[in-house]
Design a protein. Structure first.
Length: 318
């Protein structure tokens, strides 16, 4: 447990220093390629009916998580036979690859930098790299809002939930979770051609994110308080708006962020050319500005440090 805590801490420090260098191969990219290959193969094997595609999605899910968790498990087991310190070094690198705090900050700050130039098209392109919605219709406030929402939501999906599973079962369970989350990102849409093949990946992502999303919200509330934000308003909006999303998990951290920062987030959005009517999250106590992007990143980092301290404390105590 102590070595796992150390691997977590080292992985986080490497992420803080290096982020995700695009010149290096990344395991999550490999998971994405695996998902794409399995989708193509299973669509040929199963009937092109709603039931057939749901079965294909279920098989795809089982194969992907088995491979994604099994490969790092076997590698770490082999390292442990040589030396526990070799295993620690390799698992630390794996933890780095699983965590996405620096990457989330860097990509959102690209949106901020583009907004500061006043070039709306450049800003729309920058935010299109980190959101799933169509961005060509967004004005400056819409671009800013999309970036802040992404930081708030992915604080849970990209940082806190991975830390939760890394603490629970080390790098193999961490990669298991990344596979679950990547499948939802690639297949979890309600429009064709993903509606049926993405059914099980989307539902199971909801299951595995249920506890981490709520833990993320509470830690974000505390992190906001440490940063001098309005905890009372954050708690109020959380209690009121935490279910204002089709997903049972996405609005957990978004509602806390909206309340802490005094913003109104969410609302209608266009995906693949289709307008989706969505409720708002939070109250517009003030207008959103580009400066809210770096502020949301500070909130994300405060939440991350609290989670790291919590995980480390529990592992050391055990």
């Amino acid at each position: 447990m102590k070595l796992r805590a150390l691997a977590l801490a080292l992985g986080f420090l490497i992420d803080m220093l290096l982020g995700d260098p695009h010149s290096l191969p990344h395991p999550v990219v490999a998971i994405g390629k695996l998902i794409a290959a399995l989708e193509k193969a299973l669509r040929r094997l199963f009937p092109a009916t709603p039931a057939g595609e749901r079965w294909a999605g279920g098989v795809l899910w089982l194969l992907t998580v088995s491979i994604s968790g099994g490969v790092p498990f076997a590698l770490l087991y082999a390292c442990a036979q040589v030396s526990p310190w070799l295993r620690l070094a390799v698992e630390s690198l794996m933890c780095w690859q699983i965590l996405a705090a620096r990457s989330l900050r860097d990509e959102s700050m690209k949106v901020y930098a583009a907004l500061k130039t006043g070039n709306l098209e450049k800003s729309r392109y920058a935010v299109s790299m980190i959101v799933g919605r169509d961005t060509q219709y967004l004005d400056e406030q819409g671009v800013t809002r999309a970036a802040v929402e992404t930081v708030a939501e992915n604080c849970s999906d990209g940082v806190i939930a991975p830390l939760f599973f890394l603490a629970l079962g080390g790098a193999p369970l961490g990669f298991f979770y990344k596979a679950v989350n990547t499948m939802d990102s690639m297949l979890g849409y309600v429009e064709p051609p993903y509606k049926d093949i993405g059914f099980f990946p989307a539902k199971l992502d909801d299951v595995f994110n249920y506890l981490p999303a709520r833990l993320s919200a509470l830690l974000m509330l505390l992190g906001g308080g440490l940063l001098g934000m309005d905890m009372k308003e954050g708690w109020r909006i959380y209690r009121r708006d935490r279910h204002n999303h089709a997903s049972p998990n996405s609005a957990q951290t978004e509602s806390v962020c909206a309340g802490l920062m005094g913003l109104r987030l969410a609302g209608d959005a266009v995906y693949h050319g289709v307008l989706h009517k969505k409720p708002y999250i939070g109250d517009a106590r003030r207008e959103i500005t580009p400066e809210d992007i770096p502020l949301s990143c500070k909130l994300m980092y405060a939440t991350t440090v609290l989670m790291l301290l919590l995980c480390g404390g529990v592992l050391l105590w055990l």
